[in-house]
Design a binder for this molecule. Structure first.
Ligand SMILES: *[C@@H]1O[C@H](CO)[C@@H](O)[C@H](O)[C@H]1NC(C)=O
Ligand SMILES: *[C@@H]1O[C@H](CO)[C@@H](O)[C@H](O)[C@H]1NC(C)=O
Ligand SMILES: *[C@@H]1O[C@H](CO)[C@@H](O)[C@H](O)[C@H]1NC(C)=O
Length: 687
């Protein structure tokens, strides 16, 4: 802690800002404001304070810094920009990459553009103009970096008022951060496609990354990507000459480390020396994330980079609502989240650090919503409400009686259409999982008006409660028993897959041995391997997939994605899959119904024909051009969920053998296609 003791050489500093004076003054409880700064600083010597908190505001042109130290971590922030430039921990002077500029170590950024301006996409690192101490006492320091937008800044900055907060608490091995972003009414139109915080760690120290149980690995270096060979989807690189030669021949792609919101609570990096150190991003709540519990996003990746993604178009594309129009006002608190640092003794291995980080995550989750956040925009526990209820499912062809919505996902999000939560980014979302009987409780909900959305694993479609739910501070709302009636026309004649919004149950091919990420060699998330779309052409070179009901097995015979076929020379063909089935009791009275649920779609058009292979003929049904979720190229096993309930007039079918042809007619490139979630043919009602 040498660095923080008063050093006579600092006499050459321009000076200590007045606020620094008061801080220190306040802190040591000195009796006179006139006490010379120099003396107070000396008395804030670390040892004397016995691990209490200290804040110093130093001005050392051209660099101004705010330093917060609790004796465990010391966080340095550039002022008034509000970039995290240093994190000192466990004898490491800075766990962040010192070689990077101040604005490229620990920073927020917003990807934005003004629609229709043709000005391209901008990245705004939310560099602030004002610094303020929010609170300082012996338990906690909270500081704020702000900036105000005005019309003169149009074009050069995202139209946002910004308040970036950082908190260091006594005895805590890390720090908290959050941001309050705001648009005032009448401000120009803007698209904000991505909002995140980024930390870049020391490249020479952090080599092992962990994103979930069983998903830890020694990672390549940034230079390895530069020396490697970009693959067909250029964000993926084949490591041809990595520094760690054991990684030679592997693929690196940050999208291989994506997680669903509900699973993205802790991830980070570790050093590999004798006393390893870990740096972890711990996010105890999803309330400020967008798109609901199964929206996927990036976590950590080569850099070493640690992200917290608050909104993005990943795995959804521009269908995810990031547009602010007609002077729409907006305000949102992103975070708080916790950056946690831990260290092991020489006998500790990296697994122990991961286990400890996970344990710390559970501690943070338990203390949610944090009671020490000073912004009034972040409501305390007692300012929030709870919503309780039971959801049942009525599907008389599954069960004559009402069934509890077993393990249903139930959530509150901005009022909107059925299923709209998955493209919603502007408000807060509160999700829970119901028990076997469909009972649920959603706690710690912010005040506001919501729609209640739900879906039930094993059941198609989306539920939305018919009334808005208004949550007020302290309210405990018991809703009536709600009944979800999923789309259903008649009895199931056949079905393929499990209605769970994912294609994971289908056939996932092995990756090319020359394009492996060894993390996924024997890992249930095999779908994160690179290049699986190309395997379709290997397996179905001359003839498209044919699936025979009663004979085929979807875990082996249903390729996880209906992609294009590569016929060489950068040319791709549309594909038509066949489902061959028999109808013993065909009836020409009453209509049949095809329930077609998609787990993902990219620039696709799915056409449905019965007993007619001629794709030149008009189809019974076509989705039209749909999907921008890019889940195929980015190794998601799903993107956005879409359900089509398609009427099938009985004269489309016949007694005996029938064939359903599914054509994906768009074929510009290799990443185009759909993933099916579930397909079901239903007979006429009452049969
Ligand atoms: C919720 O909606 C009601 C009725 O439309 C309205 O009076 C109230 O102000 C709204 N509350 C919030 C927090 O938006
Ligand atoms: C729910 O709230 C939204 C937005 O405030 C409003 O447009 C809608 O009419 C409300 N719906 C009902 C059923 O009250
Ligand atoms: C490949 O495609 C280009 C452009 O369409 C064409 O000019 C060329 O003849 C094709 N080559 C082969 C071998 O088919």
């Amino acid at each position: 802690m040498e660095k923080l003791r008063w050093n006579p050489k600092w006499g050459s500093l321009v000076g200590l800002l007045a606020v620094g004076f008061f801080l220190v003054f306040f802190f040591v409880g000195a009796s006179s404001q006139k006490t010379p700064v120099r003396k107070i600083l000396r008395s804030t010597n670390h040892r004397e304070l016995n691990k209490s908190l200290r804040v110093q505001l130093l001005t050392k042109e051209p660099r101004r810094e705010v330093i917060i130290d609790n004796g465990i971590v010391q966080v340095t922030l550039s002022s008034p920009d509000g970039f995290v430039t240093g994190i000192k921990y466990h004898g490491i002077d800075n766990v962040l990459e010192n070689k990077n500029e101040d604005d490229n170590r620990g920073y927020w950024d917003v990807v934005w553009y003004e629609p229709g301006k043709g000005g391209g996409i901008n990245i705004d690192k939310l560099k602030c103009t004002d610094f303020r101490v929010i609170t300082v006492n012996e338990d906690q320091v909270e500081v704020s970096f702000t900036r105000k937008w005005n019309i003169k800044l149009r074009g050069s900055q995202a139209p946002l008022n910004v308040d970036k907060r950082f908190i260091v608490r006594r005895g805590s091995s890390g720090f908290y951060y959050y941001a309050i972003l705001e648009r005032e009414e009448g401000w120009p139109d803007v698209d904000m496609d991505q909002i995140r915080i980024v930390f870049k760690l020391q490249q020479d120290m952090f080599h092992v990354m962990a994103i979930k149980d069983g998903s830890q690995r020694t990672m390549p270096m940034m230079e390895d990507r530069e020396s490697g060979q970009p693959l067909a989807y250029p964000e993926a690189v084949l490591l041809t000459n990595p520094i760690n030669q054991q990684l030679r021949g592997e693929v690196d792609d940050k999208y291989q480390y994506s997680l669903e919101n509900k699973d993205n609570r802790v991830h980070g990096w570790m050093t590999t020396d004798d006393t390893p150190v870990g740096f972890w991003m711990i996010t105890p709540s999803d309330e400020f994330r967008s798109g609901g519990p199964i929206k996927q996003d990036l976590t950590s990746h080569v850099g070493p980079t640690v992200l917290n993604m608050f909104t993005s178009t990943h795995y959804g594309g521009k269908d995810i609502n990031t547009e602010y129009r007609n002077g729409e006002a907006w305000k949102k608190v992103l975070g708080p989240s916790f950056v946690y640092l831990n260290s092991g003794s020489s006998t500790d291995d990296n697994l122990a650090l991961w286990e400890d980080a996970k344990n710390q995550m559970f501690i943070q989750v338990k203390s949610w919503p944090y009671n020490f956040i000073k912004s009034e925009d972040f409501p305390k526990h007692y300012q929030r409400g709870s919503v309780f209820g039971q959801l049942k499912v009525h599907d008389r062809y599954m069960n004559k009686t009402l069934m509890g919505a077993d393990s249903a996902y139930v959530g509150l999000a901005a009022p909107g259409d059925v299923g709209s939560f998955q493209i919603e980014t502007k408000g807060y979302q509160f999700w829970t999982k119901a028990n076997k009987k469909g009972y649920f409780s959603i706690t710690n909900v912010r005040e506001g008006n919501y729609s209640l959305y739900a879906w039930v694993p094993g059941v198609i479609g989306d539920f939305k409660y018919k009334y808005n739910v208004t949550v007020t501070p302290g309210s405990r709302i018991n809703l009536e028993v709600m009944v979800y009636e999923p789309p259903r026309n008649g009895p199931t004649l056949w079905e393929i897959g499990i209605p769970d919004r994912s294609a994971a149950e289908f056939f996932i091919p092995d990756a090319y041995p020359t394009l492996m990420n060894h993390l996924y060699t024997s890992n249930p998330d095999k779908f994160r391997q690179y290049g699986l779309w190309e395997r379709y052409t290997d397996l179905y070179r001359n003839e498209d997939l044919k699936y025979t009901i009663g004979v085929s097995d979807y875990t082996r015979d249903w390729f996880f994605a209906q992609v294009t076929r590569n016929i060489g020379n950068k040319t791709y063909e549309a594909t038509t899959w066949q489902i061959i089935f028999k109808l013993k009791n065909w009836k020409n009275t009453g209509n049949y119904k095809l329930q077609l649920a998609l787990a993902a779609a990219t620039q696709s058009d799915v056409q449905v024909r019965f007993n007619n292979a001629n794709t030149a003929d008009s189809s019974l049904f076509s989705t039209g051009l749909i999907g921008k979720d890019n889940a195929i190229a980015r190794h998601g096993i799903h993107g956005l969920y879409k359900l089509y309930s398609i009427d099938v007039p009985s004269d489309q079918l016949q007694r005996g053998s029938n064939i359903l042809y599914l054509t994906q007619s768009r074929h510009i490139g290799p990443f185009q296609g759909v993933m099916y979630d579930y397909i079901r043919l239903e007979g006429p009602p009452g049969t």
